[in-house]
Design a protein around this ligand. Structure first.
Ligand code: 13P
Ligand code: SF4
Length: 345
């Protein structure tokens, strides 16, 4: 292998010319120098998952961001997730490998549009799915994620109307689970999950009738009605640990990674085309560039940050906040297995 140099290179393209081993070594060393922690979402590319200190769903990542002792948080996910880390850890430097990695669902609702809706429904509580901008969170009463949305909505008095933004599918799922008829849903959606269709499920199920079906709650109702389980991405990782055959209705990167981890199991993507291009904008080369250059930094207006923190903390308080790892989890973690994340690296 060529000798290692830790001098920063000018552009991400220069890093792309380095080998995976060189990039990984550079990332590990720079991370230690900066006292940085790498938080990675379950949809990240495999090589990013391998260098992440923590992998998880939106809830787990926000709990980790709120609790970390590290000086720098490098967020490998999409923009609202890095923003959430900055909201919860304002004194830390939060970096993203590519600032353009946004979530199109979060962009469905702007602060101004939500203000107008609130003016039309002054008595309603506003629940913001965490896939939203910090400004929208600041205008909301409480946040939720895919793993706690039902519990969060149940915490709101039954006779109070709810404005649920921005995911219409998650709103529909929550309305169905809680039996509430007073949820007004924003007409937003995730292009990856909304595109999952019954035809694809029929085909995979016909070939693998023994497999149980798990679907993310961002998918449409007709898919959820056919699912044995509806859960978040980390919930899916847990299910894969417990089942030998699963059809998994979410971004297929998660499925590919689970198949590597459990080669003996039958783990099938509900759709081969379900790829979140935004999540995949982060590459190992951009991550190495980001650490070497201390960029791109995520910053927030303090008024918006503190408003968003109020809504996020309310959610975390109802979700058990952050908890210390159990003795068994700490042991697994020390052995290089991440029990609260994907556990794959
Ligand atoms: P999770 O919180 O379940 O990981 O979902 C985040 C997301 O963006 C799914 O599309
Ligand atoms: Fe946003 Fe959908 Fe990508 Fe999740 S999968 S980050 S909701 S676009």
């Amino acid at each position: 292998m060529t000798p290692q140099t830790l001098d920063a290179l000018p552009t991400a393209l220069d890093y792309a010319a380095l080998s995976k081993d060189e990039l990984t070594e550079r990332i590990r060393r720079r991370k230690a120098e900066l006292d940085a922690v790498i938080l990675g979402h379950n949809y990240q590319r495999v090589e990013i998952q391998e260098v992440s200190d923590y992998l998880g769903d939106s809830l787990g990542l926000s709990q980790e961001a709120a609790a970390t002792d590290a000086a720098v948080i490098v967020f490998c996910g999409v923009h609202f997730m890095a923003e959430t880390a900055k909201v919860l850890s304002p004194d830390k430097t939060v970096l993203m490998p590519d600032l353009r990695a946004g979530c199109p669902m979060a962009d469905f609702v702007t602060g101004d549009a939500l203000r107008r809706l609130k003016a039309r429904h002054p008595d309603a509580a506003v629940v913001a799915y965490v896939n939203s901008t910090a400004e929208v969170k600041a205008l909301s009463d409480i946040c939720c994620t895919s793993s706690n949305a039902v519990r969060i909505v149940e915490s709101i008095p039954r006779d109070q109307p709810i404005l649920f933004v921005p995911d219409r599918n998650l709103a529909d799922y929550v309305a169905e689970k809680t039996g509430r008829t007073n949820i007004i849903a924003w007409d937003g959606y995730c292009y990856v999950h909304d595109d999952l269709v019954l035809d694809e499920l029929d085909r995979v199920q016909a070939a693998h009738p023994e497999a149980r079906v798990v679907v993310h709650p961002e998918a449409r109702r007709e898919l959820l009605e056919r699912a044995d389980f509806v859960t978040s991405t980390s919930g899916m990782v847990d299910l894969a640990e417990d089942h030998d055959a699963l059809i998994i209705g979410t971004e297929r990167g998660l499925v590919d990674r689970l198949r590597q981890r459990f080669p003996e199991k039958t783990l099938l993507p509900l759709s081969g085309a379900a790829i979140c291009g935004n999540m995949k904008m982060n590459t190992l080369a951009k991550l190495a560039w980001c650490l070497d250059h201390g960029a791109h930094e995520v910053t927030l207006d303090e008024g918006i940050r503190s408003g968003a923190e109020r809504s996020l903390r309310r959610m975390l308080d109802l979700s058990g906040g952050w908890r210390a790892p159990t003795a068994e989890e700490a042991e697994l973690e020390a052995a290089g297995v991440r029990p609260r994340g994907c556990g794959c690296a």
